[in-house]
Design a protein around this ligand. Structure first.
Ligand code: ARG
Length: 418
């Protein structure tokens, strides 16, 4: 009788290589490996495919997901200026739903009723994979070998791999856990687990040390059409190419490093280091254009939508109805978001130094303190009278009633803090 099949998210690393054997041995399944190219650093995709087959997979599909990642995922992240906890541009959280989609497609294509991933039980990625898969096809069953096996330490895992004929990398492996794609790179573990220890320079591969960055600044004009970057310095390009080019420029100037304590969905605070040269530069430019173009109330309201969007995606809700509705709000705000933003990269920094748009709401006549001022100064008097009327009535009432002084002094009402 033919065995049942499982589609495994395969990276080429030791964990997912052991997963192949584990799924065969412990679950009696035929394994189809799927490798997603989302723009990560790799040793060559064909060698990874060969590795999967050598470990026992009956098939291995390598899927170039880069353009789809840029056009269908990163465009939406940019529209939402997505930053989890106002700092992290969601690098890993954005790739997981896309990879999940291809895993589900693979399961349908190969007639598999199982999908497996190599995530541990401690992180966010397991939640993102499983939520995405179940939202796309609730009938699929999920296996997570790394969560179920009892190989607690690296040496135990290496021993298990050797016993099962899985080649263990001869080179001394990096002490860090890395996940990367077009939008940036996440670095965890090793010495970084001490929140007081400064990240060593060798964790970074996309950004150079700002101290050795060029001594001259570099300017880049980013042109947006309806919220999507379409050209750099006047040269029209696809979004994918824009991201790749900006990763080079911003990275060379040492821009895009993040060192933070982050609240994982599973309740753990973790120390995370990231480098997101293009991602952070594009969000910076995109926000600057929104400042110019969006009407005030829309801009302010959008800030809370952005936070909800980032939380939803961080927590694995990419395919949820909430995220779809938030996307619709953001999309509506991007209709007039066309124009150019000038960025200046210098020694680890990225500053907006110019912005222009045919839809700009900046009115020089209203803003200027110089000749040509057409703001109605007299109108401000009545505006303030009405704007303050309600609190003025309140203040008068309290005084008439002889309310105690601390009701007028918030600090005294609360008392000393320590
Ligand atoms: N903490 C980040 C997140 O949850 C990065 C995760 C990186 N994943 C990894 N397998 N190393 O999005």
């Amino acid at each position: 009788m033919a065995k049942e099949k499982v589609v495994l998210a395969y990276s080429g690393g030791l964990d997912t290589s052991c997963c192949i054997k584990w799924l065969q041995e412990k679950h009696g399944l035929d394994v189809v490996a799927v490798v997603g190219d989302v723009g990560q650093e790799h040793e060559g995709l064909e060698p990874i495919r060969q590795k999967a087959l050598a470990a026992g997979a009956i098939a291995c599909e390598v899927v170039d997901m880069r353009r789809q990642f840029a056009d269908e995922y990163l465009t939406k992240a940019l529209a939402a200026n997505a930053m989890y906890e106002n700092k992290y541009p969601l690098v890993s959280a954005l790739s997981r739903p896309l990879i999940s989609k291809h895993l589900v497609d693979g399961a349908h294509k190969h007639g598999a009723s199982f999908i497996a991933h190599g995530c541990t039980g401690k992180g966010n990625d397991q939640v993102r994979f499983e939520s995405s898969i179940l939202m796309l096809d609730p009938s699929l069953k999920i296996l997570a070998p790394v969560r179920e096996w009892d190989l607690r330490t690296r040496p135990e895992e290496i021993e298990w791999a050797q016993e099962h004929g899985i080649p263990v990398p001869a080179t001394k492996e990096s002490p860090y856990s890395i996940d990367d794609n077009l939008w940036g790179r996440a670095i965890e573990c090793g010495v970084l687990e001490d929140p007081w220890a400064e990240p060593p320079e060798d964790i970074y591969t996309m950004t150079s040390d700002p101290r050795s960055a060029p001594d001259e600044p570099e300017y880049v004009d980013v042109e947006f059409v309806r919220g999507i970057p379409k050209s750099l310095n006047g040269k029209a390009q696809g979004f994918l190419e824009v991201i790749e080019a900006l990763n080079q420029v911003a990275g060379a100037h040492g821009f895009g490093r993040i060192d933070m304590i982050e609240n994982r969905l599973v309740g753990v605070k973790s120390r995370e280091c990231y480098e997101c040269p293009a991602g952070l530069a594009l969000v910076t430019a995109h926000r600057a254009l929104e400042d110019l173009v969006l009407e005030r109330e829309v801009l302010h309201y959008k800030l809370s939508i952005e936070q909800s969007w980032a939380n939803a995606v961080y927590n694995g809700q990419w395919f949820s109805p909430l995220k779809e509705a938030l996307d619709a709000f953001c999309a509506s705000t991007q209709r007039c978001l066309s124009g150019v933003v000038r960025l200046k990269f210098y020694k680890g920094g990225c500053t907006v130094v110019g912005r222009k748009s045919p839809y700009s709401l900046y009115d020089h006549g209203l803003a200027t303190y110089d000749v040509g001022d057409c703001f109605d100064h007299g109108a401000a008097k009545g505006f303030i009278e009405l704007q303050t009327l309600s609190t003025k009535v309140w203040a008068e009432n309290r005084r008439e009633q002889g309310a105690p002084a601390e009701l007028f002094d918030a600090q005294r009402a609360v008392g000393p803090l320590a």
